[in-house]
Design a protein around this ligand. Sequence first.
Ligand code: SF4
Length: 266
Amino acid sequence: MAISKIEWTESTWNPVTGCTKISSGCKNCYAERMAKRLNMMGQLNYANGFQVTLHEHVLEYPLRWKKPRTIFVNSMSDLFHEQVSDSFIYKIFDIMKQAYWHQFQILTKRSSRLIELASRLDWQKNVWIGVSVENEAAKFRIDDLKWVPAAIRFLSLEPLLGPLASLNLSNIDWVIVGGESGPGARPMKEEWVIQIKEQCIEQNVPFFFKQWGGINKNKTGRLLEGRTWDAMPIKLVDLEEEIEHNKSLHLTAIPLRSIAAGELGR
Ligand code: SF4
């Protein structure tokens, strides 16, 4: 299992590696940089560098990981890339269904293919789906995401490259914001982040501030207005346990949205 340094997940699982650039958010793609490095190091899964490659032998890994984890699916690719066959995507969904004790997070920029396939995929409650939105031009992905019948729909506004005003966050359960990091990182203005945070608070959506980014992200850190912002949607497994516990105490169950909003830390 690959332990992830990404602030909003625990592990990564990469049955697909490699990708091609699709919008301005891809310019300094971290996965591309890493794939080249791993290729130079002789890692077999990266023998094709950053070309899209499907790894059948990796499919069953989550079934072997017995301890429940939050798993980011395809951190080194985009699951809905046109070169990933429908049948391979079905296999990935089947594994996520079998590995019901894990929480899976999928993130894509290919929201058109996502909605094309969405009605044919088995959206178990342990599968979260998100889209990346880096600027106004990519906002259409949010509307596409709302068609997907997943338990949790989230936005990754990273690398944030411009202001995102008038966000309609209805049916969105979580918002992550982050600046670009690494060589050539493009700047992110504080006012853009605050504007998004305010919209999340107004619309009762959990807000997670990942990082300022920059060439050395450890230097710039992840404080916004003097504090961290780590709200997450409650895991549905936890919610069910809570509902059962409340029933035994003859209390009324609290709806998911209210619990999530309570984590906003206001
Ligand atoms: S979609 Fe993601 S993985 Fe693919 S090139 Fe763009 S940033 Fe990289």
